[in-house]
Design a protein around this ligand. Structure first.
Ligand SMILES: Cc1cc2nc3c(=O)[nH]c(=O)nc-3n(C[C@H](O)[C@H](O)[C@H](O)COP(=O)(O)OP(=O)(O)OC[C@H]3O[C@@H](n4cnc5c(N)ncnc54)[C@H](O)[C@@H]3O)c2cc1C
Length: 292
C-alpha cells in the first residue's frame, strides 16, 4: 500500500487564517482542497509537503453567482456544484459539458475549481474551459488581492501565478450576450483523462458574424491551453464550415501533443482538428439560438 511521507496537519477556518498558516509554515506547506490531485501525488511521493493546510472548512468560497455583468466562482466550488449551476447553464453550457466527463461522481463531489486550476495538470479539463472563456483569477495574500488574466495563470506544467503565502480565491468571467459555448472530449473510457479535448465560445454580432470567440485545448501541449492564432483567423468571419475548418487546422498544427499510452502525435493532432471544429460549430449554433 502506498502511504504519504509524514506531515503536519492544520485546518483553516478563514481565508486570512489559511494565508497566515501558509506564511508561518513556509514553502514546504501546501493547501489541500478536494485532495484528489495532491493526495495521490503524496502517496506516490511525488509531493512531500511538510504541512497540509486544509481549506475544506472555507464554505464562504463555495459559490457561483452573477455580479453585474460578470459571473463569480469561488475557489472552493466543487465540480458537482459547477455541473449543477443554473447560472452557468444559462450563460456557459461549456461547463456542464466538460464537468459531465471529468472523472466520476466521487471525484466531482470533492474536487474543486481552485484545486483544478492550481494543480495545473496539462490535461485538466477546467483549465481548457477557463482558457477558452478568458477571465480573471483573483489571488489573495496578507497584503490584499491581485487579479491575473486567466490565460496568464498557468506558467507551465504544474506551475501557476500563485506565489508563496498566496491563494486563489475566485475566478471571474464576463457575461457575453449573443454567445454560445460547447466542449468536446475524447477519452479512452468513461471518466478517464482526455486523449484530447477542446472547448469554445462564440459571440455573434447583429449580422451573424463572429464578434468574439475563445478556444480552449487540453492534453495536447497547447501554450496557455489555447491557440490565439486560430482565434484571430476566425474573429470577424461568418461562422461557416470553411472558416471553422481553417481555424481548427491552425489549432491542430500549432499544438504540441506528446506520444504516450493514449496515442501517437498524429492521432492527437487529428483529434484536435475534429474537436475544435465541432466545438466551434455547436457554440455558433447555440449563439444563434439553435438546439445544438
Ligand atoms: C480518478 C481521478 C480521475 C480524474 N479525472 C479527471 C479528468 O478527467 N479531468 C480533469 O480535469 N480532472 C480529473 N481529475 C482531477 C480532479 O479534477 C481534481 O479534483 C482536481 O485536479 C484537483 O482538485 P482538488 O480540489 O482535489 O485539489 P487538491 O488535490 O486539493 O489540490 C491540488 C493542488 O492545488 C493546490 N490548491 C488547491 N486549492 C488551492 C487554492 N484555492 N489556492 C491555491 N492553491 C490551491 C493544492 O495545494 C495542490 O497543490 C481526476 C482525479 C482523479 C482522482
Amino acid at each position: 500500500m502506498q502511504v504519504p511521507a509524514p506531515f503536519e496537519y492544520e485546518r483553516a477556518v478563514s481565508v486570512d487564517e489559511a494565508i497566515a498558516l501558509l506564511a508561518r509554515h513556509g514553502p514546504e506547506a501546501r493547501l489541500v482542497a478536494g485532495g484528489h490531485s495532491l493526495l495521490p501525488m503524496m502517496k506516490l511521493r511525488l509531493a512531500r509537503p511538510e504541512t497540509l493546510i486544509d481549506i475544506n472548512g472555507l464554505a464562504d468560497l463555495d459559490y457561483i453567482r452573477t455580479e453585474g455583468d460578470e459571473i463569480a466562482i469561488g475557489a472552493m466550488t466543487r465540480h458537482a456544484g459547477v455541473l449543477d449551476s443554473a447560472v452557468l447553464a444559462e450563460h456557459y453550457r461549456i461547463f456542464a459539458e466538460a464537468e459531465r466527463v471529468i472523472a466520476d461522481p466521487i471525484v466531482r463531489n470533492r474536487g474543486t475549481v481552485g484545486g483544478s486550476l492550481c494543480q495545473a495538470d496539462p490535461s485538466e479539463d477546467l483549465s481548457a474551459v477557463f482558457a477558452a472563456l478568458r477571465g480573471t483569477a483573483v489571488i489573495r495574500s496578507a497584503s490584499g488581492s491581485r487579479n491575473v488574466d486567466l490565460r496568464q495563470f498557468h506558467t507551465g506544467p504544474y506551475e501557476t501565478a500563485v506565489g508563496a503565502a498566496e491563494m486563489l480565491v475566485e475566478v471571474r468571467l464576463p457575461i457575453r450576450p449573443n454567445c454560445g459555448s460547447a466542449y468536446e472530449k475524447v477519452e479512452r473510457r468513461a471518466g478517464d483523462w482526455s486523449i484530447a479535448a477542446a472547448g469554445a465560445f462564440v459571440q455573434l454580432d447583429g449580422e451573424g458574424r463572429i464578434a468574439d470567440l475563445g478556444i480552449g485545448l487540453t492534453a495536447v501541449g497547447a501554450e496557455h491551453f489555447t491557440c490565439e492564432e486560430a482565434e484571430d483567423a476566425l474573429r470577424g468571419e461568418a461562422p461557416a464550415e470553411e472558416a471553422i475548418s481553417r481555424a481548427a487546422a491552425i489549432c491542430a498544427e500549432r499544438c504540441q501533443p506528446q506520444a504516450d499510452q493514449r496515442g501517437p502525435v498524429d492521432y492527437k493532432r487529428h483529434l484536435v482538428g475534429v474537436l475544435v471544429a465541432r466545438a466551434l460549430a455547436r457554440a455558433a449554433a447555440r449563439a444563434r439560438g439553435e438546439a445544438a
